[in-house]
Design a protein around this ligand. Sequence first.
Ligand code: MN
Length: 232
Amino acid sequence: MPDFVLAPPAIASVAVAGWAERFAVRRIFCVGRNYAAHARELGNDERDPPFFFTKPADAVVDSGAVIPYPPLTANLHHEIELVVAIGEAGFRIPRAEALAHVWGYGVGVDLTRRDLQDQAKKAARPWDWSKAFDLSAPCGPLIPVAKSGHPEKGRIWLAINGEVRQDGDLAELIWPIADVVSICSEAVELQPGDLIFTGTPAGVGAVQPGDRITGGVDGVGAIEVTIGQPQR
Ligand code: MN
């Protein structure tokens, strides 16, 4: 280990259900759109190939957190997503081998400053400020593949203050998990610790300070976070 001029930052990590050990997070990749009904609700062609954006590893935050309403937005949106946790490195992974690189799964919320995203799209600017802000990637406890298997179908849902807003099924994924992992690995060499948020079903919408977000994926797990007052 080299010496550092400042203390190295803490390693970002996610809880593992039923384990004391945590899953160290290396990078966070997110699929831009992956459910036909959500692609349509945002006015996009559902046949487009998947594309990716990223969030910093330390955007991840555990289930149970209170997340201050972020700056620069008046339209913070929730997007419930199945999260894939990569356990084995791979570059240009063939589709048929892709699932062997998955360590486990989780349930995440891709928090999005939708107004900044709309501005970025119009101006053909990067999405970073709309997607990659502090605490923008809450993720519930991971479940290892040995327990969950590789989910192909199952309800994926999100509620605000107990009222269901997003209600889909993994069977609606335009690009199933193996495709997402394989296609992502064409752009980068995937590494243990990488998380992939796999896209959100229809029903995205705004959240306000004080809102309690709950969600889950059948057979995978659940998440619960509260949106707090803006940081002062
Ligand atoms: Mn998303």
